[in-house]
Ligand binder design. Structure first.
Ligand code: NDP
Length: 258
């Protein structure tokens, strides 16, 4: 039997693949044998990622909020590589602030990036995946805030809850094309997105996590490889939470008081 976790012969697009979680996933895919295309806006981060990925892989300068640019990028990618097998909708931003005090732009920017961007990328990829008969894998990055109602992050939580709804709906709609759509919901993993916040609350979060530590970006690579590989061919519409147990612990036993 061939290795069910191998990505040999697969082409993978990782949005936000030039840093943080996306970068770790992109490198995990490379390690598993895929040809990786990492997408992001920053030329500087893209160049650094191109150097790290090395020959045979690529980076794309792409703003996923631009529907036409996403369609063109995916079409170009398919023309170059002949097929696209895996998409990770990972690109994201964070804006903190209460609903009553935040500008409307906090809401629209968050939804535009996370939800609209993921929708454009998933749809652009599903067209060649379905037309070619090869099928494929779409992995949406959710969050703990796909499940919790946080203070100061209503737009983020709304977008991340929407990612789970999108995951389920696309999983059902595209099952007939052999496209599996799943989500990964990370807990707290230190990246540029949350470094300043975790500098303040990180120790407390680690104490409230059964694993007694914060996550690393590397903690997410294995879950992504699994959901991108043949090993998960009969899994669709699901959320895989990667949080060291944070979301399932009975709050009574917080801070090691068990
Ligand atoms: P980072 O800030 O490290 O990375 C975000 C990535 O998204 C960057 O590569 C950035 O590249 C890219 N990006 C942002 N906006 C766009 C855009 N419009 N078009 C294309 N690329 C874009 O954050 P993380 O790695 O932490 O976040 C990755 C994902 O994981 C996000 O969806 C986040 O919400 C989610 N997440 C993170 C958690 C954590 O603890 N870190 C927890 C739960 C979920 P560039 O600036 O070059 O565009």
């Amino acid at each position: 039997m061939s290795n069910p976790f191998s990505l040999e012969g697969k082409v993978a697009l990782v949005t936000g693949g030039n840093g943080g979680i996306g970068k770790a996933i992109a490198l995990g895919f490379k390690e598993a044998g895929a040809v990786v295309v990492a997408a992001g806006r920053s030329q500087e981060k893209n160049q650094a990622m191109a150097d790290e990925l090395g020959e045979g892989h690529a980076v794309l300068e792409l703003d996923i909020r631009d529907e036409a640019a996403v369609d063109a990028a995916v079409a170009g990618l398919v023309e170059t590589h002949e097929h696209l097998d895996i998409v990770v909708n990972n690109a994201g931003i964070a804006r903190r602030g209460t609903v009553l005090e935040s500008p409307t732009a906090n809401w629209t920017d968050l939804l535009d990036t996370h939800l609209n961007g993921a929708f454009y990328c998933a749809r652009a990829a599903a067209r060649p995946m379905s037309a070619s008969g090869r099928g494929g894998k779409i992995i949406n990055i959710g969050s703990m805030y796909s499940f919790f109602g946080p203070p100061n992050a209503a737009a983020y939580a709304t977008a991340k809850t929407g990612m789970v709804g999108l995951t389920r709906a696309l999983a059902v709609e595209w099952a007939e094309y052999n496209i599996q759509v799943n989500a990964i919901c990370p807990g707290w993993h230190t990246t540029d997105l949350n470094r300043p916040l975790l500098a303040v609350i990180g120790e407390d979060i680690a104490l409230k996590t059964p694993a007694r530590r914060l996550g690393t970006t590397h903690d997410l690579a294995g879950a992504a490889v699994f959901l991108a590989a043949p090993a998960s061919d009969f899994i669709t519409g699901q959320c895989l939470t990667v949080d060291g147990g944070y979301s399932v612990q009975d709050r009574r036993w917080d801070e090691g008081q068990g």
